[in-house]
Write a protein that binds this ligand. Structure first.
Ligand code: ADE
Ligand code: ZN
Length: 349
């Protein structure tokens, strides 16, 4: 077996993937037609060209706007997991960002129920487990973020269908010009009711935003964290406390345009500095990517060996919000299947 195939089959977790960014192009076209969204093209991939995060977000928002009902969310979640399973995904903590849908009058209860229904159907078919992280969209401001968390708390307290799948909250969308501390109240409420917390920081912003994510918002993980190495004290903190970074190297090249080529991405240096830097795709269907190719391209770009890639997959397990016994079980599965794949590799490892 060649290493490309082996990496595709290696059991992998993913902690930084936006469910809307996994929408198949064919689904984008069908849902746009169904819900009256103008696309200007029958091949949405023609639209997928970006020069920075904000130009990417315009397309991301267009794709998001095709989701009009509970059944659309269910279809999206189902297809997302089926597509991930084809490339070795075994567990995902998936973002969804419902700000514009809530603003347009959709109910969070329907969105969560739809997503959970799709995830459950895909789990039954593929064996891949998936949970949800409700992201606040920075572009909609602090009041909308707090309102979303309050509604989420209501859904949990009322045992609304699917609410148990939402294990945490996050923060995404545009970074530049937005003060992360604006969202302190929403994050404080989330923490109080036992929701886990993560936030996109340092994709286009300096280490000060990562510090704010940790110390003001109480984030337990940092999504991207690309600028971490610019601050030695921050690097020591992240490494010392094993605070996971959900890094998306290909996205940082294609979406944020923060590094010109994958070979120039600091990922390897981040790991060498002791950071718990996991590998993730971010928005795979919008960037022509899958988790197998994220691993393969990084192995090549950073000169990693098979053993290094297995260690990265295991760090992914450590960085999940699974309980300790589930982590142990998943870790054992990755180790067992990695050993089997290694024995089949040509040349053998
Ligand atoms: N939403 C979807 N992808 C994103 C990214 N890379 N950064 C911020 N918000 C996003
Ligand atoms: Zn992201």
């Amino acid at each position: 077996m060649d290493v490309v195939t082996a990496l595709d089959r290696l059991p992998k977790v993913e902690l930084h993937c936006h469910v809307e960014g996994t929408m198949r192009p064919g689904t984008v076209v069908e849902l746009a037609g169904k819900n009256g969204v103008e696309l200007r093209t029958s091949d949405p991939t023609e639209l997928y060209r970006y020069s920075n995060l904000d130009t990417f977000l315009e397309i991301f928002w267009l794709v998001q706007s095709t989701l009009g009902s509970r059944e659309d969310w269910a279809r999206l979640a189902y297809e997302s997991i089926v597509d991930g399973a084809a490339h070795g995904l075994v567990y995902r903590e998936t973002f969804f960002t419902p700000a514009r849908h809530l603003d347009a009058g959709q109910d969070l209860a329907d969105i969560v129920a739809g997503l959970a229904e799709g995830l459950a159907a895909a789990e039954g078919e593929t064996g891949v487990r998936a949970m949800l992280i409700a992201d606040i969209d920075r572009a909609y401001g602090a009041a909308a973020g707090l309102a979303m968390v309050k509604r989420l708390v209501e859904l949990r307290e009322g045992a609304s269908p699917g609410a148990e799948r939402v294990i945490g909250v996050g923060l995404d969308s545009t970074e530049l010009g937005v003060d992360p501390t604006d969202f302190a109240e929403a994050f404080e409420l989330a923490g109080k009711v036992g929701l886990r917390r993560t936030s996109h920081q340092g994709e286009e912003t300096p280490p000060s935003h990562i510090w704010a994510g940790l110390d003001v918002l109480g984030s337990e993980r940092i999504d991207h964290g690309l600028s971490s190495l610019q601050d030695p004290e921050l690097t020591r903190r992240l490494a010392g406390e094993r605070i996971p970074l959900t890094v998306c190297p290909n996205s940082n090249v294609v979406i944020a345009n923060a590094v010109p080529r994958l070979e120039l991405h600091p990922y390897r240096r981040m790991r060498e500095a002791g950071l718990l830097a996991t590998l993730n795709t971010d928005d795979p269907a919008l960037t022509d990517l899958d988790l197998g190719r994220e691993y393969q391209s990084c192995m090549e770009a950073f000169g990693y060996r098979w053993e290094d890639m297995v260690a990265i997959a295991l760090d992914g397990v450590e960085a999940t919000w699974l309980d300790e016994s589930d982590k142990r079980e998943l870790r054992a599965r990755v180790e067992r299947e990695a050993a089997k794949l290694a024995a089949e590799l040509d040349p053998p490892r």
